[in-house]
Design a protein around this ligand. Structure first.
Ligand SMILES: C[S@@+](CC[C@H](N)C(=O)[O-])C[C@H]1O[C@@H](n2cnc3c(N)ncnc32)[C@H](O)[C@@H]1O
Length: 584
């Protein structure tokens, strides 16, 4: 298989492992006052670089995202994007924090873009559900490189389609050569063998092809050819004369394209009023009526026409309607993304956009939920400061409603003759869709540079991380810390206080404070014995205090003072803090 090479590739292929795991710091929670029977909660907007944000999402979301849509910088040379990944390599450090320039001026422009994209795509791939798909918008600047990159990360067999989106209505007449009217959208499945997609509801445009000129009681129809591409020699039974009932003419098909049906079936079609001879009834060949009812939804086509999927001008108008004066210029139409979600998500899917810009993906999720009663959730990541003023603000307005209708005219007070309206608020032009989200920034790294737990993140963040890494599905904070006084500890432990040979010299923890039960996963109970300022030990005294049910145990602590044989007999797995905490 052909692969792509570029300056710095050797350094970035494993870079996603080196990215520090940071905890997400919740800044605020927004809940719209609009009643929202259908729309989801549990949405997230993250302000920060998506390399770190995606890593922070891994423990909770690995393998759970049904649909990823991203619209990264296209590397046009005009976007002013900056390479700022701290990869430890002198060639890449030279690029750090410098704006990526234009073709010709910046010979490493494509290398930089590939170095930026590779580790992010690796993390996105891990976040995708086994039956999920990723959709990536791109234009001609990086389309060819991106295809090879995605082939490498997803596997060439998982390419579902390369879509062409017709983004303009009218051509750019000032173009030097061609008016650039399209972009691409790559669609990759995590695993094409199990990936399925939804067919699309017909658009207004498509529905308008179905009419009922003859008032057929079966409803609207359009017509299809009555011939097929077989010859009279190949299908002699399909070559015969049929009579136009309006003109009396006997009509034969061409010998190179005979009728689609034999004479018996044709008679049935005639009896069932399925033949159409043109508006004046005098056509030289019939067509077959095809009724809209019972046709079902349509298969998505690989060309997304602006009439059905929106265009860039429409997208800008949409955004200005919500955020007047917004200077954000690379927004996508809501229609484009909601149609993608129609194809690639179900009503409970989690949808991720890690290059969120003006937040169109969240808008599309909310709109689609309102349309079909779904409970899709969105996660957006945006690194620029406008994550709050544009991304989150747009989502808030879409949830609350936007645009002010003028206030209703004031009632006239008798005898006054004045028509001055009473000061009041008008209603929203576009009604709110309801819902809410949590807004996060990137907090501290969970591990320090020398691999120790960073206590500054707080016990809760550490426990949450470990619980996710152990795949404990119903983990919830705040946790109950098991204390001597907790009644739960008074239950009989399954472990006798048997004396074990100690395998270390350090004293055991004096009490059970710092002992956290994280939950159960596949019949294994998981405990985390942790104190920020003291070494914790797994020993018989501690074990005897755990209210464990019979079954296997995973116990995290700083050290283990139990013998191997004892551990094996009681089905205990010891994991050392921090060494054995999984690094995502
Ligand atoms: C082309 S725009 C996306 C537009 C979006 N689809 C919309 O409809 O508004 C790309 C966005 O990705 C953001 N971005 C670029 N690099 C990023 C990174 N490393 N982390 C997070 N956001 C990033 C940019 O700031 C920009 O807002």
């Amino acid at each position: 298989m052909p692969t792509l090479h570029w300056v710095g590739k050797d350094k970035v292929v494993r870079h996603h492992h080196d990215v520090p795991f940071k905890v997400l710091k919740r800044e605020y929670r927004f809940a719209s006052a609009q009643p929202a029977a259908n729309t989801s909660t549990g949405n997230k907007i993250i302000h920060g670089d998506n390399l770190e944000a995606l890593k922070a999402l891994l423990p909770e979301y690995e393998g759970r995202i049904q649909c990823i849509y991203i619209d990264p910088p296209y590397n046009t040379g005009n976007e002013g994007w900056v390479y700022n990944d701290n990869v430890n390599d002198p060639r890449l450090l030279k690029w750090l924090n410098k704006v990526v320039g234009k073709e010709g001026e910046d010979l490493s422009r494509h290398d930089k873009w590939l170095c930026m994209m590779y580790p992010r795509l690796k993390l996105l791939h891990r976040l995708l559900a086994e039956d999920g798909s990723m959709w990536v918008s791109i234009d001609g600047n990086e389309q060819a490189s991106l295809r090879l990159l995605l082939d490498e990360i997803f596997g060439v067999n998982n390419l579902v389609s390369e879509i062409v989106w017709q983004k303009r209505v009218s051509p750019a007449n000032d173009a030097k050569f061609f008016s650039s009217d399209h972009e691409y959208i790559f669609v990759y499945a995590r695993n094409k063998n199990i990936f399925t997609l939804n067919r699309l509801e017909r658009t207004e445009n498509q529905l308008s092809n179905y009419k009922n000129p003859d008032g057929d009681p079966r409803g609207n129809w359009n017509s299809v050819t009555y011939t097929c591409n077989k010859t009279a020699d190949e299908r002699p039974n399909l070559y015969y004369g049929i009579k136009n009932p309006n003109t009396g003419d006997i009509i034969f098909p061409k010998k190179t394209a005979v009728w689609k049906y034999d004479e018996k079936k044709h008679m049935e079609n005639e009896t069932n009023n399925l033949l159409f001879w043109g508006m004046d009834g005098k056509n030289k060949a019939p067509r077959m009526k095809r009724f809209l009812e019972g046709m079902g939804n349509v298969v998505p086509r690989s060309i997304f026409q602006y009439s059905d999927f929106g265009h860039t001008q429409e997208a800008r108008t949409e955004l200005l309607g919500i955020l007047e004066n917004s200077a954000f210029s690379t927004t996508k139409p809501v229609k484009l993304i909601s149609r993608i979600l129609e194809i690639a998500s179900n009503q409970d899917s989690i949808i991720l956009d890690s290059f969120a810009g003006s937040g169109t993906t969240a808008h599309a999720v909310l709109k689609l939920n309102a349309q079909d009663g779904g409970k899709r959730k969105f996660i957006l990541v945006e690194m620029m400061d406008y994550a709050e003023t544009i991304t989150a603000e747009r989502v808030r307005r879409v949830m609350d409603g936007y645009g002010e209708n003028p206030p209703p005219p004031a009632p006239l007070t008798e005898g006054e003759g004045s028509t001055t309206p009473i000061a009041g608020r008008g209603s929203k032009v576009v009604e709110g869709l309801g819902g809410g989200f949590e807004y996060f920034t990137l907090g501290e790294a969970l591990f320090t540079e020398n691999g120790q737990l960073n206590e500054a993140v707080g016990v809760e963040a550490i426990l949450r991380y470990v619980a996710y890494s152990e795949r404990i599905a119903d983990f919830s904070c705040p946790l109950t810390q098991l204390r001597q006084t907790d009644s739960v500890l008074k239950t009989e432990s399954v472990f006798p206080r048997e004396k074990e040979g100690r395998c270390g010299e350090l004293p055991p923890a004096k009490d059970a404070t710092g002992c956290y039960y994280l939950g159960e996963t596949h019949g294994v109970q998981v405990y985390f014995i942790y104190q920020p300022d003291r070494v914790t030990s797994l020993d018989v005294d501690l074990l005897a205090q755990l209210p464990v049910k019979p079954g296997k145990l995973v116990i995290y602590a700083d050290q283990c003072l139990l013998g191997e044989d004892f551990m094996r007999r009681h089905g205990i797995i010891f994991k050392k803090i921090p060494r054995d905490i999984t690094r995502f």
